[in-house]
Design a protein around this ligand. Structure first.
Ligand code: NDP
Length: 254
């Protein structure tokens, strides 16, 4: 491969992506960004039918297909990836974005606050990777981008369950990158800071000034700013990057 000084081609047009949790927030921005680059994008959601329909209806010129799939269900994840490959022929990019938060102080955490967070945030990543990697291995190419969090590396009060799940995503990302690198599958994570979505609404309402005072850029991030990082890691421009956790957090200070 030779370096070129001409405008680089991201190489995404005509390729196929799947984005988990694409009906709202960061996932929706990723779906729209990849589809606007000429990709055929399948996205999953778990319950919000109206939001999922909105993504399709508001982007009539883009190739976007919703599927109702709970990422916690490994058989459903496998069936989803199989159906997508059957329909479009390949899976080139997998974005594991679906995630939930159940913040509370440790003594107050219920069993369900642990199982829901771990099953969604880390088992869901396992489920979709186990379904997609065999297709990528046989094609000897692929990109996997896992949406982690600033909480995976830095402590946060009331976030032991969420932080542990995102720390697991980071560790998973680094190990899978080593495991599948020989098959030319690149695996990275994007770790957002506080982004303006429904998920962060409560914490922004409760502790807004305290949070922004700890961000170098003194503002929250936008879903589109995470989507730009995912777009880059999906593209040919990121052909020599694997096993990394890319923080997109406006310079979060702890
Ligand atoms: P939102 O709550 O706005 O959206 C969550 C999305 O995930 C929805 O599409 C939802 O579907 C889907 N989802 C939730 N549970 C499941 C499930 N079991 N199976 C399938 N889909 C599911 O979240 P954000 O956009 O804010 O967050 C996206 C990712 O970014 C998450 O992994 C989150 O942890 C991470 N993140 C977010 C930050 C923030 O400040 N917002 C900061 C750091 C990381 P439905 O619409 O059907 O409910």
């Amino acid at each position: 491969m030779s370096d070129s000084i001409s405008q680089p081609d991201p190489g995404l047009a005509g390729k196929n992506a799947i984005v988990t949790g694409g009906s709202r927030g960061i996932g929706r921005a990723i779906v729209e960004r990849l589809a606007a680059s000429g990709m055929d994008v399948t996205f999953t959601y778990v319950s919000n039918e109206a939001a999922a329909k909105g993504v399709v209806d508001e982007n009539p010129d883009l190739a976007i297909t919703p599927m109702r799939v709970d990422v916690r269900d490994s058989a459903a994840a496998r069936a989803c990836v199989e159906a997508m490959v059957e329909r479009v022929g390949s899976i080139d990019v997998l974005v594991n974005n679906a995630g939930v938060i159940r913040d509370n102080l440790l003594p107050m955490l219920e069993d369900d606050d642990l199982t829901t967070v771990f099953e969604t945030n880390i088992e869901g990543v396992f489920n979709f990777c186990r379904a997609a990697v065999p297709y990528m291995m046989s094609k000897r190419s692929g990109r996997i981008i896992n949406i982690s969090s600033v909480s995976g590396e830095k402590g946060g009060r009331g976030q032991t369950n969420y932080a542990a799940s995102k720390g697991a995503v980071n560790a998973f990302t680094k190990s899978l990158a080593v495991e599948v690198g020989r098959r030319k599958i690149l695996v990275n994570a994007v770790a957002p800071g506080v982004i303006e979505t429904e998920m962060s609404e409560q914490v922004r309402d409760l502790a807004g000034d305290e949070i922004t005072s700890n961000i170098v850029l003194k503002r929250y991030g936008l879903p589109s700013e995470i989507a730009n990082a995912v777009w880059f890691l999906s593209s040919d421009l990121a052909s020599y990057i694997t096993g990394q956790v890319l923080s997109v957090d406006g310079g979060f200070k702890f």
